[in-house]
Design a protein around this ligand. Structure first.
Ligand SMILES: [Zn+2]
Length: 247
C-alpha cells in the first residue's frame, strides 16, 4: 500500500521513522486484545499512525460507566458492540485502514487463529486468565506482546517476547495468577491514566514496527499518577518459566 505523505508528514520528518518506517507501518498488522481503557487510545493512535491493518478483539458492549475513560465511544454508542463502534470510529479517522473485528473473548482456543499474520499484539484486557492465554499464543506465534495494566492511580507496561532466547515473557514476570486480583471495576481508575498507558503501548508498537529506539523488552515501565513519578524496573527471562523457559 502506498503511503499518504501529507497525512503522515510529521512521522516522515522523524529520522527514526521517515518514508521507510512509514511504509513499514502501512504494511503492519497489529492485534488488540480489548478496545476498552487501554485499547481505545492505543487503537486511535495506531490508526492515526497509518498502521495498515488492525484486528480488534472484544466481546463487550459500550456502557455508560465506560465513557469516563474509553475515548473511542460517545453517549450515543451506549449498548452497541465495542468492536464495531471502534471500527466505525477508526475507519472514519483513516478510510484506508483495514480493520477486522471479532466480538469474542480471546482465549486459548481462538487466539492461534486470531493472531495469524499479526506482527505485534497489544493486550489491554483486565483479567489474568486472558493475559496468560495471550502470552502463550504470542510465544507460539513468535510475535512480541505489548502488555499494559492499570489500577487506581498507577499504570505499568512492558514488551514481552518469550520466543526470543534473552527476553522475558509475561509469565516470567507474573508466574501465577494472583489469588486476589484487583480489577478497575473493583478498585476504580483515574481516566487520563488509560490515555497515558494506552498511548505508551501504541508508541512501543510503532517502535517495534519501525525499529526506532529501544523498546521496553526486559524492562517494566511504572507510572504513579498521584506523584507523577516514573520508574523503570529490570525484568529477566526465567529459565524455569512454564511458558518460555528452557529447563
Ligand atoms: Zn517466560
Amino acid at each position: 500500500m502506498s503511503i499518504d505523505i501529507e497525512r503522515h508528514a510529521r512521522h516522515i520528518l522523524l529520522k527514526e521513522i521517515g518514508g521507510p518506517g512509514q511504509n513499514k507501518l502501512a504494511r503492519a498488522h497489529i492485534a488488540l486484545i480489548g478496545v476498552g481503557g487501554l485499547g481505545a487510545p492505543a487503537a486511535l493512535y495506531l490508526a492515526a499512525a497509518g498502521v495498515g491493518k488492525l484486528t480488534l478483539i472484544d466481546p463487550d458492549y459500550v456502557s455508560l460507566d465506560n465513557l469516563q475513560r474509553q475515548i473511542l465511544y460517545t453517549t450515543k454508542d451506549i449498548g452497541a458492540p465495542k468492536a464495531q463502534r471502534a471500527k466505525d470510529r477508526l475507519t472514519a479517522l483513516d478510510p484506508r485502514l483495514h480493520c477486522d473485528i471479532h466480538a469474542v473473548k480471546a482465549d486459548a482456543q481462538n487466539l492461534p487463529a486470531l493472531l495469524q499474520g499479526v506482527d505485534v499484539v497489544l493486550d489491554g484486557c483486565d483479567d489474568f486468565e486472558t493475559r496468560f492465554a495471550v502470552n502463550h499464543a504470542a510465544i507460539a506465534a513468535q510475535i512480541p506482546l505489548i502488555s499494559g495494566a492499570l489500577g487506581r492511580w498507577d499504570a505499568q507496561a512492558s514488551v514481552f517476547a518469550g520466543h526470543e532466547s534473552e527476553t522475558a515473557c509475561y509469565q516470567c514476570f507474573v508466574p501465577d495468577i494472583p489469588p486476589e486480583a484487583e480489577t478497575c471495576e473493583r478498585v476504580g481508575v483515574v481516566g487520563p491514566l488509560t490515555g497515558i498507558c494506552g498511548s505508551l503501548m501504541a508508541l512501543e508498537a510503532i517502535k517495534l514496527i519501525t525499529g526506532a529506539g529501544q523498546v521496553l523488552k526486559n524492562r517494566l515501565w511504572i507510572y504513579e499518577g498521584l506523584t507523577a513519578r516514573t520508574r523503570i524496573v529490570t525484568l529477566a527471562k526465567d529459565p524455569a518459566c512454564p511458558s518460555c523457559g528452557t529447563l
